[in-house]
Write a protein that binds this ligand. Structure first.
Ligand code: GLY
Length: 335
């Protein structure tokens, strides 16, 4: 558990193992689209830099464009996340996100800046750019979190345009699920993940954001880790930052992102900290970790990164030193 298996990852890379560009997590037969060679993790640090969960090179490219133009890390993570929220092919974020079991697309998102300010939205409907609404909550209200209809009305008052987020493709997937799953209101791991992004700008300041449509076919009203500061995301500009993806219930129970940043504070590398946070989940008595995915990505103040997941189907995208690449995460469940 403690040993980083970079050799294995290097072997995966040289064997030409690829994962798809699809935003759908926990999928063992990834799409043929946007395949990219995986590369082994590195810890070389230079600034500015950006990392994100999963294979989202367009999103990290956008964030880096902001950073290279002299923009700050907060603008970078917001703009990067917006790319995936607008991507209807990604069925776990923003427009085109898979709905709850009743067919409602409900979004969760949060954002956190270098001062420790934060904003989040939960159970937001009909607004594509949940991450930007979260930023408005942070900047234009005395609150941290807005939920449901209140969040939607706030977004509209801030100029966001309401729209139908359920695309034909997601509607079809939901209808198929209803038949196959016999409409059971269960927590499951079907087609699920989150886009989280962390950036350090040229001044060395850190910000982070994450956005999701949450667990596909969830019970109406269910909220995961992504809008919960400390669980889905945590930034401490003196130490580092972490963002989570996967089954939010498990992340919330261990306050995962805060834990990772605190472990970095105590001297661990981002990689070691992510591994320890995953170990807190898998080593629980009666943990059923074979049934779900959780992954963390983290960065320290120097721009060194780490990522770790329970299962192999996780990668991060890193834009640093002029390279925008997908990096295979090391993982716990090696069989
Ligand atoms: N990690 C996103 C969620 O569980 O909703």
């Amino acid at each position: 558990m403690k040993r980083r298996n970079f050799i294995k990852n290097a072997a995966l890379s040289s064997a030409g193992l690829v994962v798809g560009g699809s935003m759908v997590g926990c999928v063992e037969n990834p799409s043929e689209e946007n395949k990219t060679e995986l590369v082994a993790p590195t810890t070389k640090a230079s600034l500015p830099m950006v990392i994100a969960t999963w294979h989202v090179i367009d999103a990290t490219a956008k964030a880096m464009e902001v950073l290279q133009a002299g923009g700050n890390a907060l603008d970078a993570v917001e703009q990067g996340c917006r790319v995936e929220e607008a991507n209807e092919k990604g069925q776990s974020v923003g427009k085109g996100g898979l709905p709850d079991r009743d067919g409602n697309v409900t979004l969760d998102a949060c954002i956190m800046d270098k001062h420790g300010n934060c904003g989040s939205v939960v159970y937001l409907q009909n607004i594509t750019h949940a991450v930007s609404v979260a930023r408005k909550v942070m900047e234009n209200t005395p609150h941290v979190m807005l939920a449901g209809e209140g969040a939607k009305q706030f977004a509209i008052s801030e100029g966001f345009k309401p729209e139908d987020l359920l695309t034909e493709a997601s509607k079809e997937a939901w209808e198929k699920w209803k038949v196959e799953s016999k409409y059971k209101p269960i927590i499951n791991i079907e087609n699920h993940d989150t886009i989280g992004m962390l950036a350090i700008d040229k001044n060395g300041d850190i910000s982070g954001a994450c956005t999701t449509s949450g667990l596909a076919y969830k019970l109406g009203g269910r909220v995961g880790d992504s809008p919960i500061i400390g669980s889905g995301l945590f930034v401490d500009n003196e130490i580092g930052a972490c963002v989570a993806t996967g089954l939010g219930e498990e992340v919330v129970k261990t306050v995962g992102s805060f834990l990772v940043v605190e472990l970095i504070r105590q001297g661990k590398t981002p990689q070691e900290a992510c591994e320890e946070a995953i170990s807190r989940i898998v080593n629980k008595p009666n943990s059923n970790f074979t049934d779900f995915q959780v992954g963390y990505i983290a960065v320290n103040k120097k721009g060194e990164t780490g990522s770790y997941a329970i299962h192999q189907w996780f990668s991060m995208t890193k834009f640093q030193d002029g390279k925008n690449e997908q990096i295979q995460s090391d993982f716990f469940n090696k069989v």
